[in-house]
Structures are given as C-alpha cells and as structure tokens.
Design a protein around this ligand. Structure first.
Ligand code: ADP
Length: 588
C-alpha cells in the first residue's frame, strides 16, 4: 500500500518535471533568456532518478510496460527539446511551428501514458486498500475470537481455582467453628499453600486444645475428688462434735455451760454449711452436679421450705407469709435443689431483716415462665454492692454486722438455678427491703410429691427395760461409736452391739440377729454397700431394718443405697432428735 502511494507520488513528479521542461524550453524560445532553461535542466537530472525509483517500486506488469514506454517517449521528447533549445531560435517560423507541433504530439503521448499509469496505480491502491480492509476485518475477527477464547479459558481456570479455594475456605471456617466448640476437626486435603498451612495450624491447635481440655478435666476431677474426700473427712469428726454437743445441750439445759455449748453448736453448724456449699460449688464447676428435672408443685415446696425455716424466723421475731393467692403451679426443677435455694433465700430474708420484720413468699406466672419471689422488709442492699452480690465468699456489709454466714449461699443458689434452666434476679432498696426473684420454666403437671421430709415421731417409751433389743452398729470411727453408744443409751429399749468393720458386722449379725442395723458406708476393708448387698441376699436378714449412717450426703448415693435395700439414710453429722425418733419408730 505504501509502495503504491510512493509510485503515485513519483508519477505526479514525473508529470510535472516533463511539463516544466517543455514550458522552460518554450519560454527560452520566446525570450531568449538562458535562466528560463533552469527547470528544463533540473528535469534532465531529476527525471532519470524519478524513473529509476519508479522502476524499483513497480511490480505490476502493465505499469512496468507503461514505464518503458514513458522512458522512450521522454528520450524522444528530450531530443526534440534539445533540438529546439539549440536550433529553435534560428529556425524560420514555419519550421519552428512544425517542430513545436511535433514536440507537442510527443508531450501529449507522454501525458496520456502518465495518466494511464496513474489510473492503473490508483486502481491498484484501491485494490490494496480493499484487501487491507478485508485483512484488517479478518484479523479483527481472529483477534476477537482469540481474545474471547483466552478470556473464556482464563475465566474457566479462575472459576475452577476460585471454587476450589472457596470450598477449602468453607471447610476452614467449619473447622474454626468446631475448634471454638472444642470438637474434632474435619480432615482437609493437604496443601503447601497458605490455606494448607492454615488447615495444618488449626489441626495443631485442635490437638493442643484437646490435650489442654484433658488436663483441665483431670485437674477438675482431682479437685472434685479432693473436695468430696475432704468433706467426708471433715464431716466425720464434726459428727462427734455436733452429736455430743447436742446431747450435752439437752443434759445441761439451763446450766451456766449452756451458752458455751450453743457456741460449739453454732460454730459446728457453720462449718457444716461451709463444707456443703464448697462441695456444691466444686460439683457445679466440674459439671458433676446431678439434677433430676421434673414438674414440681410450687405450693408444696414453698410450704415445706417455710415450715423448715419457721423456727428460725420465730427466734428472730420475723413473720413469714405465703402471699395469697399462692398459685399452685408446677415448675420444672430438681426438688431437693429448689428447696435448698428457697431455704437459702428465706434464711437470708430472715437474717438480714429488722426486728419485727416480715417475709413474703409469692408466685407469679408469666407466659411459659414461673417467678417465685421472696420479699423482705430488711436492711436492703446498696446499689453499688449489687454487682458483687453473687460472688463466692462475698458477704458485703454483713461481714462486720455480726450476722452468721459463709458468703456462699447466693453464689450456690444462682448456679443451681442456672443448672435448672432458670436464674435469680434481685431488686433492693436500702432501708426498705429486698426482693429476690427465681425464674423457672413452667411445667404442665406437678409430679407426685415424694414423701415429706422425715418427721420425727414423738418419743414413746413404751417398751419394758428388760425387753431390750439389739441394735448392731457397724462403724470404724471410735468417736462416732462412742456417740452412738451415748445416743442409744438414751433409749432403754435398745442395746448396742458394735462392730468395727464389715466382716465383723456380718459375723455379729449371724451370732445374734439384730432388730436394727446402723451401717456406715466408708469402712476400712469391706465397704458398707457390699455388707448391705450381702445382708439383703441372705433370707435371714431380708426383713431386718438397715439404716445407713454416712458422711456422704450426695443425693445420688442416698438414692442408690435406698434402691439397694436401705430402709433409711441418715447423714453425718447426725441430727440427734431425728436419730432418736428413728430408734423410737422402729422400736414401736
Ligand atoms: P451469707 O448470707 O452466708 O453471708 P449469701 O451468699 O447468702 O451469704 O449472701 C451474700 C451477702 O449478701 C450477705 O452476706 C449479705 O450481705 C447480702 N444479702 C443476702 N441476702 C440479703 C437480703 N435479703 N437482704 C440484705 N442483704 C442480703
């Protein structure tokens, strides 16, 4: 295309050089001035160079032939011009005219040839440009299709890669969530890229976490075992302390020693509460707390709890009210634990009240929830102290007010409520009183009430002194045996036979069938539980009343021993009145 354009330019140059040369010679002939010949001389030099350039560029055979013809014509034209230049001025006018006409004929021929060549080249330029456009369009399509293909394959590759990456990231997210819940991780495909490394790190973290969880579980188990062992060890001597103190309290009533005994009893009971509450906290924390949630009649439970705290309220000069109408609805709770919470809150409402104060216990329904409220007219709690109210060992102002307590009751109560799916809330106005509200899920039907707490039957001394019945006490602790001896001595219808371990107990029982067996569980050698199993398996003792007397106060142990055939279960430290009532009941 460029060549064709250069050819066109050369043809135009050629045309103008020839025209100028002819004009220059004519000018010279007319004027006789030599400088008019300059364009002619320039054409003589430039024209061969232009023709050369044309020959070099031209490919088309038609144009090639035209060029040869132009070259020939130019030679002829040049000769004719040369003749005119040399002789023209001396020729007679008729000869000059004939010469000029002949020279013009050559010039016309040259012009025609140049025009033909130019037209041919123009046509070639058109053809070339059409071909170039076609080529351009074809290339454009090829480029477009190629680009589209490249784009599509790139997109495909990206999507493939992207979907793979998305899949792996999703699995990583799942694993991260599992890790946060402490669950085992999904196995992910290995990879050396960043995602692969991340997966590997998550896996390592999960292994580490599992190991730490195992260690924490083991430590927590050790702590719970330690606490339950310690609590047992503490309860055993407390049994002797509180038991003898209770005996002496009865014997020395009204004497000057009576207040001192009261101190021993208060301190001993405080220690006992502390042991129980620390053990509860430990059990809750280690997830060892066993609860049996069932619909509970709130009226019954409220009545039971108020009955239990009434003597304390009377001593403190506080009046207890069950707020009418006390809706007898059922709530989903563990009976024993809810009673424990109620007693705790009622005791606080009595302890932190004012002389002549009141305590109101009420129940309110709110859609599928039940609220039990304990309101007192006591000293209240300052708002700035409320955030610390449920912290373990936190006694707030009571620390220095001389009111007995451990600072654990509310901490245990809140944990227990949460374990039962409920909670405790508090509202308090200093100087006016406090309201503690327990929230629980409402239950459709109250469970059958279990037998009410063992109430001591009045002591009846109907048996004859010579009609003494043997009571076999299987107990390995000397102080506890001494206490039993002292207690049993208070009931002349009973005579104690002692055995210091399980085997000795079974031997004694076979030697002299007892009317009652009091069995400790934690004996040296054979356990009390296996002694009970052997007794119940023996037809001779199938009907003999066996009462377990143990420092193990765990509800599940009590339940298990009752199921294994124990007629009753007394926890140490013994409540003297309850123990004597039991002797009386069996003797009756
Ligand atoms: P404790 O009564 O053994 O000290 P609690 O955990 O039951 O322990 O209670 C923690 C503290 O909260 C108490 O020491 C007392 O200062 C305060 N408190 C609890 N109940 C009441 C109440 N009804 N009125 C005023 N203060 C209370």
């Amino acid at each position: 295309m460029r060549r064709a354009l250069a050819i066109q330019a050369d043809i135009q140059t050629l045309h103008s050089l020839i025209a100028e040369a002819a004009m220059a010679v004519r000018g010279y002939l007319l004027t006789g001035r030599d400088d008019f010949l300059n364009p002619y001389r320039h054409a003589q030099q430039a024209l061969p160079a232009t023709l050369d350039s044309l020959r070099r560029h031209v490919r088309d055979p038609v144009v090639m032939a035209s060029l040869r013809h132009i070259d020939e014509l130019w030679q002829r034209k040049q000769e004719s011009l040369e003749e005119l230049r040399i002789e023209g001025r001396s020729l007679p006018p008729a000869d000059l005219q004939a010469h000029l006409i002949g020279s013009k004929g050559v010039l016309d021929e040259l012009r025609t040839e140049i025009q033909i060549t130019y037209a041919r080249e123009t046509e070639l330029v058109r053809e070339y440009s059409a071909a170039a456009r076609r080529a351009f369009l074809r290339n454009l399509w090829v480029d477009f299709v190629t680009s589209a293909l490249v784009l599509a394959s790139g997109l495909g590759a990206f999507l493939l890669l992207f979907s793979g990456v998305v899949q792996r990231v999703k699995l990583l997210v799942v694993n991260a969530e599992r890790l946060s819940r402490g669950e085992a991780l999904e196995t992910l495909p290995n990879g050396r890229d960043e995602l692969g490394l991340l997966a590997e790190r998550l896996q390592n973290a999960s292994v580490l976490l599992a190991r730490r969880a195992d260690e924490a579980r083991a430590a927590s188990l050790a702590k719970t075992q330690f606490l339950s062992r310690t609590s047992h060890e503490l309860r055993t001597p407390l049994n002797a302390i509180l038991g003898f103190a209770q005996l002496l309290e009865t014997d020395l009533r009204g004497s000057p020693h009576s207040p001192q005994l009261e101190h021993i009893l208060v301190a001993g009971r405080h220690l006992l509460t502390l042991i129980d509450e620390v053990l509860d906290i430990a059990r809750i924390e280690s997830g060892d707390l066993k609860l049996s949630l069932a619909p509970q009649s709130l009226h019954e439970l409220a009545q039971e709890a108020t009955d239990l705290v009434t003597p304390f309220a009377q001593r403190q000069g506080i009046v207890l009210h069950l707020v009418p109408p006390f809706a007898d609805v059922a709530a989903l709770a563990d009976r024993q634990r809810l009673r424990q919470v109620l007693i705790n809150l009622l005791s606080n409402a009595i302890k932190y009240n004012r002389p002549g104060g009141e305590v109101f216990l009420g129940v309110r329904l709110e859609s599928d929830q039940v609220w039990i409220s304990i309101r007192d007219t006591g000293i209240g709690i300052r708002p700035e102290l409320l955030p610390r109210l449920f912290a373990p060992f936190e006694r707030l102002d009571a620390e220095h007010a001389g009111v007995e307590g451990t600072g654990l009751g509310l901490a245990v109560s809140r944990q227990l409520m949460r374990c039962m799916g409920g909670d405790i809330e508090v509202q308090s106005t200093p100087g006016v009183g406090s309201v503690f509200s327990l929230r629980l899920a409402r239950a459709r039907r109250a469970a059958d009430a279990p037998p009410a707490a063992t109430s001591a039957a009045p002591a009846t001394n109907t048996s004859q002194p010579n009609d003494m019945r043997p009571v076999l006490v299987i107990e390995d602790n000397a102080s506890n045996l001494a206490l039993m001896q002292a207690l049993i001595a208070r009931r002349p219808q009973w005579r104690m036979v002692a055995a210091r371990d399980g085997e000795a107990g079974l031997r004694e029982a076979r030697a002299e069938p007892p009317a009652l067996i009091l069995l400790d569980l934690n004996l040296s050698g054979r356990s009390g539980e296996s002694v009970l199993a052997e007794l119940r398996a023996d037809p001779a003792f199938r009907e003999t009343p066996v009462v377990v007397v143990s420092a193990d106060a765990l509800p599940e142990t009590i339940e298990r021993l009752r199921a294994a055939g124990a007629n009753d279960y007394l926890t140490k430290p013994l409540e003297v009145a309850r123990f004597l009532a039991l002797l009386d009941r069996i003797a009756a």
